[in-house]
Design a binder for this molecule. Structure first.
Ligand SMILES: [Ca+2]
Length: 395
């Protein structure tokens, strides 16, 4: 009797495991299927991994001090650092002196909105193109929404600025502008726009902006292989949807994958590997609850919605995202870095395949981490709110 029960139980578990495997195609609003290669069925609950103490095997060295909120950073081919201040200013730091960049467009500074990310064109040396994301009042209606603009950066001045994407509608809500940039190996510009505080309206509706990751050509035109190009009811720049508020976006230096992290509500911050046409589930599925503690969904999984690679519960409030791609820090190459606004540290995440295997605190207690990037010198740079830009120099 007992061996039979054991066999039955084993059979049951094997069957369940097989059921958990994601289907190879993901339904999009029930009318179309998009092939994906998403193999992640069970995300890593990061709370189950020990958070290792800060090894403090580096010095935190100031680069630019006395800043209010250094949101975006990128580097010129000369090595000069370009950075934004959320309040609406932009600078070039040449290693000694900070130069203000002129002709920054009018910025809608409200709540989480302001002048946000900045990225140079991969061929900046030849074309001088630079891209900024910011909250803008352009267009109809009160309030603002996320805008993406391209300009030429010449003599510390933005020239020939053109808005190449502007999310609608404008709203006075102050949250979830998203706004991180990454260039794909395909030469396309990826960017995020958060759901603008319209949780039940924007993220699952392909005809509306917000709660999405987008993909455009470098001139703002739409790539003709975008996943919703053929859909008349969809905004063609959309690459993925069901994203809440991604403030971390990168191209993995080794695999070339586009990877995002996003803020959850109370619990449920996520890391997602970004694949065309995929629905990441917000707010239908989530590992979080409302800030008040009440639940808005009982579901953490649903067919047709991708699971994250990993999630944080409790939330760390992630902003800024990088992969260590240098040999400057022994044993750290390939690790992810994620800024934590809430707990004032940088989380270093070691992965094995698609699994997170080790968490370590860096710069523990140093301040609200708004941005984390790798510099061209192979060093880790931090943008710290109410403070400045720092780098980690190995001891
Ligand atoms: Ca999700």
């Amino acid at each position: 009797m007992r061996p039979l029960l054991l066999i039955l139980l084993l059979f049951y578990f094997v069957a369940c495991k097989q059921e958990e495997k994601p289907s190879s195609s993901i339904a999009v609003n029930d009318s179309e299927s998009i092939e994906t290669t998403d193999k992640i069925s069970t995300p890593t609950d990061l709370d189950e991994l020990q958070l290792h103490e800060d090894p403090e095997n580096y010095n935190i060295v100031p680069v630019v001090k006395n800043l209010s909120n250094p949101w975006g950073m990128d580097w010129m081919p000369s090595g000069d650092l370009i950075f934004t201040e959320k309040e609406g200013k932009m600078f070039r730091f040449d290693g000694t002196t900070t130069h203000e960049i002129k002709n920054v467009p009018e910025i809608y500074v409200r709540g989480q909105g302001g002048l946000l990310d900045v990225i140079l064109h991969p061929d900046f040396e030849d074309n001088q193109f630079i891209y900024i994301s910011y909250a803008s009042q352009q267009g109809e209606g009160n309030g603002g929404n996320t805008a993406i603009a391209r300009a030429k950066l010449i003599n510390d001045e933005l020239q020939q600025l053109e808005v190449i994407y502007k999310a609608t509608p404008n709203t006075k809500k102050g949250q979830h502008f998203g706004s991180r940039f990454a260039w794909g190996n395909d030469g396309k510009l990826y960017f995020s726009i958060g759901e603008r505080g319209a949780r039940d309206v924007n993220p699952q509706d392909l005809s509306r902006d917000g709660g999405k990751i987008y993909r455009i050509n470098d001139d703002g035109s739409i790539p003709n292989d975008n996943p919703f190009m053929e859909r008349e009811d969809a905004l063609p720049a959309i690459f993925t949807y069901g994203n809440r508020n991604p403030q971390g976006l990168l191209k993995h230096p080794k695999t070339g994958e586009i990877i995002a992290h996003e803020h959850g509500p109370k619990g449920g911050d996520e890391i997602n590997i970004i694949k065309p046409g995929v629905n990441y589930g917000w707010p239908v599925i989530s590992y979080g609850v409302n800030y008040s503690g009440t639940k808005f969904t009982d579901k953490v999984k649903q067919k047709g919605m991708a699971q994250p690679m990993a999630y944080w519960d409790p939330s760390i409030a992630p902003s800024g995202f990088a992969v260590i791609d240098s040999n400057k820090y022994p044993g750290w190459k390939g690790n992810y870095l994620i800024g934590s606004l809430k707990f004032s540290y940088v989380e270093m995440l070691e992965t094995s395949g698609d699994k997170a295997v080790k968490r370590t605190k860096l710069a523990d207690g140093f301040g609200r981490m708004r941005n984390v990037k790798m510099g061209p010198d192979g060093l880790i740079y931090l943008g710290v709110e109410g403070d400045g830009i720092y780098r980690l120099e190995p001891k």
